[in-house]
Design a protein around this ligand. Structure first.
Ligand code: GLA
Length: 386
């Protein structure tokens, strides 16, 4: 995305003056899906697509916001108790409120922003917005004293309180902490993380977007989380001497022990989560050993679990996964929350062209449109551009 694109709109829609420009990316996730809110591990990285915003304090207590993509304008007072109705503006409003809770004296500002993270693709366009607005508020009103983790948590709180999605911390973490060319393994329990340079010799990472709309707020996403919490609670009640907070603290034996106390469906969801915890660690070992065949095998296993046990896939995504298998792609799976969006594919260089051509042709023949193709470039996290 070009700075000039955002700047020209900022100038046109406000008073002709310029402000500061900030950027935050969307993310991919190699493996570790629906594990973040269960205290498990995730393996994300930032992408080069993201949200860019130009922001300038306006000397009032009003936020005047313009969405360049939607051509929509909204105004609200910084201390408005309810906030705006438009969802896109609630991301700004939520971040302002969370910064105020952190003790930051946020004043009015003008903001225009645009994004090139495909919406509903499972690449976290919303986290890109939250961290971009957080980066701006930190710079303009807090002398950059708010820590990166507090920005991550403010983004998550915005989702919970103002959007209605009880998400984990993976997306906001990846958007804020991302580094070029590196994936990150985050332990969502302790919040410890490690950067992993990711340059698989001879392979490419590519996303195929089914273009099935994915909307997590108010979706079965929250139901999945509730299932996991019910199982963890049942295990905790049975084991008062152990400190059980999430499925992270539970064993396969624990699941067996509470089988009669929770629904079969809840057990099925928890089965996926425990398996996924092991798979992320397996991928880490395989990456260190340079064993991409193993990485790929675990990705397929994750797809299977997300589709059959966690039930967050859809026909189109399963079809893309089948095509990947037929084309000899090393690893393929649904990425992100699911219910639509993309598959992430680890494919050998020499198989790439055939895979993409076959996926386009077959998907088009079945669903009347081609999947969109995004080659993954691991980019940099939130930063000020100008
Ligand atoms: C969404 C949520 C994340 C995470 C993923 C699934 O992207 O925002 O917190 O739970 O789904 O791994």
């Amino acid at each position: 995305m070009e700075i000039e694109f955002v700047r020209s709109r900022f100038i046109k829609h406000f008073d002709g003056q310029t402000g500061n420009i900030y950027f935050s990316p969307g993310r991919i996730n190699l493996i570790g899906e629906h594990t973040d809110y269960n205290g498990g591990f995730v393996f994300p990285g930032a992408v080069t697509q993201g949200v860019m915003a130009e922001v300038r304090p306006n000397g009032t207590n009003k936020v005047m916001a313009y969405s360049i993509d939607l051509k929509d304008r909204v105004e609200f007072a910084v201390d408005d108790p309810d906030g705006p109705k438009a969802t896109w503006a609630r991301f700004i409003y939520g971040m302002v409120q969370e910064f105020r809770l952190l003790g930051v004296d946020v004043k009015g500002f003008n903001i225009a922003f645009a994004g090139d993270v495909p919406l509903g693709a499972g690449m976290s366009s919303s986290a890109a917005m939250e961290s971009c607005f957080g980066c701006a508020l930190n710079d303009l009103f807090a002398d950059n004293k708010i820590s990166k983790w507090d920005i991550v948590l403010a983004g998550q709180a915005t989702e919970h309180k103002y959007i209605g999605c009880n998400c984990g911390i993976m997306d906001q973490f990846a958007s804020v902490f991302g580094e070029e060319g590196k994936l990150m393994r985050l332990d969502c329990n302790s919040r410890e993380f490690e950067y992993f340079p990711f340059k698989p010799e001879g392979y490419k990472l590519v996303l195929l977007n089914s273009c099935v709309k994915h909307e997590l707020a108010g979706s079965p996403y929250n139901d999945r989380r509730n299932s996991c919490e019910r199982v963890a609670k049942a295990v905790a009640a049975k084991n008062p001497s152990r400190n059980i907070e999430t499925l992270r603290d539970c064993t396969w034996q624990d699941l067996d022990d509470v089988k009669s106390e929770v629904s079969a469906e809840d057990i099925q969801r928890a089965t996926f989560v425990l398996g996924e915890k092991d798979r992320v660690l397996g991928v880490c070992e395989a990456l260190v050993a340079g064993d991409y065949e193993k990485v790929g095998e675990l990705m397929y296993a994750t797809h299977q679990g997300l589709s059959k046990d966690y039930e967050v896939s859809c026909e189109e995504l399963d079809y893309l996964n089948d095509i990947a298998k037929e084309c000899g792609v090393t690893g393929s799976r649904i990425m992100g929350g699911g219910f639509g969006g993309c598959t992430i594919n680890l494919v050998k260089d020499e198989l790439y062209d055939n895979f993409i051509a076959t996926a386009k042709q077959k998907f088009n023949a079945k669903y009347g449109h081609e999947p969109k193709v995004y080659d993954v470039v691991i980019g940099r996290g939130s930063h000020k551009i100008a």
